[in-house]
Design a protein around this ligand. Sequence first.
Ligand code: SF4
Length: 328
Amino acid sequence: MIPFTYTRASSADEAASMAIRTGHKLLGGGTNLVDLMRKNVELPSCLVDVTALSDSIKETQEGGVMIGAAARNSAVAAHPLVRTRYPMLSRAILAGASAQIRNMATVAGNLMQRTRCIYFNDVAGSRCNKRSPGSGCDAVGGFNRYHAIIGAAPACIATHPSDMCVALAALDARIHVYNKNATRIIPIVDFHGFPADRPDLETVLEAGDVITSIEIPVSPFAARSAYRKVRDRASYAFALVSVAAGVTMRERTIDDIRVAFGGIAPKPWRAFRVEMALRGGPATQEAFDDAVEAELARAVPLAGNAFKIGLTKRTLSAVLTELTGDAR
Ligand code: SF4
């Protein structure tokens, strides 16, 4: 770990004016950033603590919920508004990390989590385009059990590690970002990028941008929703595959549906093709199978992660069977 300075920002404006400086990094709970500093993956010259920004969790005028950037993961998961209206979000957060880490981690920090690819973390011995652009990617021909099967690029096949973001993708969350006296709103499906030729650029954030809140719109489908995570250990492990899904039914027909996958792509993967295939149709096993086939038609599995194709199909099928069971 190299020497660095530490300062606290008392407002989004102050944070933005500090964040634009080279070498300055915003610090939430530090549960990922400080780990990466210890491994010399991240080398900031100054940490700007933004935990004084809003941590409120409030209902919006439209009936959705607005979550302050500094809200702790555990507070969000336990909040009555989240638990009753967006149970998939509560479950997704509780599926991640340990209680101690959830008590520290902020929602803005969760959005900014970096991949847990082992080569990304191995500064001394591995080539990694994300950590060191142009150096190569040791995961492609190496141990890629945890890596992406869809949406990746030859330059990087890492997956996004967040559980929370998978639920946010299914919920059409909007990220409020402050910079230069103005706030802009970024749909979560546009917030994280595809690796293409620049896997080091992971979000659309620009210099001086500060996340101030996450807004979740009214989501009738979220009342009947679930989050299921499949992993190598029962706890403290990242997803091999995860599914966030919510449905509304009209008798035996799927009236509306949202689905997102985790653990299989470089970003929380909103499954638009699954939704298109199932919306307005019957909740049958055959329909579920056809829908996920359509989504995964573009998958490019590797030697170590081809099992994720079948695992994704089975996990989605189990979740949708659970959600539609009483209407079938
Ligand atoms: Fe680095 Fe991405 Fe390759 Fe992992 S998959 S070694 S993060 S470039």
